[in-house]
Design a protein. Structure first.
Length: 303
């Protein structure tokens, strides 16, 4: 009797998109390791060769120059020091037909100018703003993600590859929008840290343990942050008097107490006075019945 039994075919591993990574600093190295772990062939270049060689030991192909690295693959990711570094690294590279994804930290105008520069050299372009620190890269559910803006076609084609190190959020075809979202959120974080530091300074000389005070800060900040939704609604409607709970007149009056308390505690008020000054200006302009959201109008330069 003839045995017609056949063994199941061994599944062919899915083909992973190869890519080039320019930059092997802390963030670049984290990105490279995430792609390598997921099975993507990675060619890497770094101005300081030793950092790239460390990734070579982990499976990456090390290129001798940025131009050589760019020639290796169509998808090119730049994660360098600043926008000037991107221009310098790619000065001698042939970008014709390449998909350039720049996750180097920059400004909105950096993104727009680099997009025009890339287009003139025959490349599609996507700018990125990384909302994560290196230890969050390649870690599922870490909360890290990257804003992307620019070529929608490029983003859609490489979406799965870009999502390997961190989540992705496409915010529009304007190449400056990724950086704009990035710096806007970082600006909010600076304001948050200013408030936290001022609060700790107030209790610093008292018999109040910082570790016991911290949970109160966290709970309070978490309770207040949904105010951003009301601010957004007021900004879109232009009605700063809508849904007001504590109007500007009340807040400015309360600021006097805040300043007195800081003086009594021997604490400099310099982290909190900028908003106080702006609030007082807005009040003096006749907006005492409105919410604090109207201060935005004093921040945005016209013309």
């Amino acid at each position: 009797m003839t045995d017609t039994t056949t063994s199941p075919a061994t599944p062919t591993p899915p083909t992973r998109t190869p890519l080039t990574l320019l930059g092997a600093g802390a963030m670049g190295t984290a990105l490279a390791r995430a792609w390598l772990a997921a099975g993507h062939p990675v060619t890497v270049w770094n101005r300081t060769p030793a950092r790239a060689e460390a990734l070579g030991a982990e499976g990456a192909t090390v290129a001798a120059s940025a131009a050589e690295a760019v020639a290796a693959h169509r998808l090119v990711v730049a994660c360098l020091l600043d926008d000037d570094s991107v221009g310098e690294a790619l000065a001698d590279a042939d970008l014709t037909g390449r998909d350039l994804v720049n996750v180097t930290t920059g400004t909105p105008e950096d993104g727009r100018a680099r997009a025009a520069w890339a287009k003139a050299r025959g490349a599609r372009f996507l700018d990125g703003g990384i909302m994560a620190v290196p230890p969050m890269i390649g870690v599922p559910d870490s909360g890290g993600y990257v804003f992307y803006s620019g070529s929608a076609a490029l983003f859609e084609e490489h979406r799965e590859t870009l999502a390997v190190p961190a989540g992705t959020s496409y915010v529009g075809d304007d190449p400056g929008f990724a950086a704009l979202h990035d710096v806007a959120l970082l600006g909010a974080l600076d304001g948050l840290f200013s408030g936290l530091l001022h609060a700790f300074a107030l209790v610093r000389r008292e018999d109040i343990a910082p570790k016991e005070f911290a949970p109160l800060l966290v709970d309070w900040v978490n309770a207040m942050t949904p105010a951003a939704h009301q601010m957004a609604e007021q900004l879109e409607s232009g009605d700063y008097g809508k849904g007001v709970v504590s109007n500007l007149a009340m807040l400015v009056s309360g600021n006097r107490i805040m300043l007195r308390a800081a003086e009594e505690q021997g604490v400099s008020p310099e982290l909190i006075t900028p908003l106080m000054w702006l609030s007082a200006r807005r009040l003096a302009d006749g907006h005492g019945d409105e919410d604090i959201t109207g201060v935005v109008e004093l921040l945005v330069r016209r013309g």
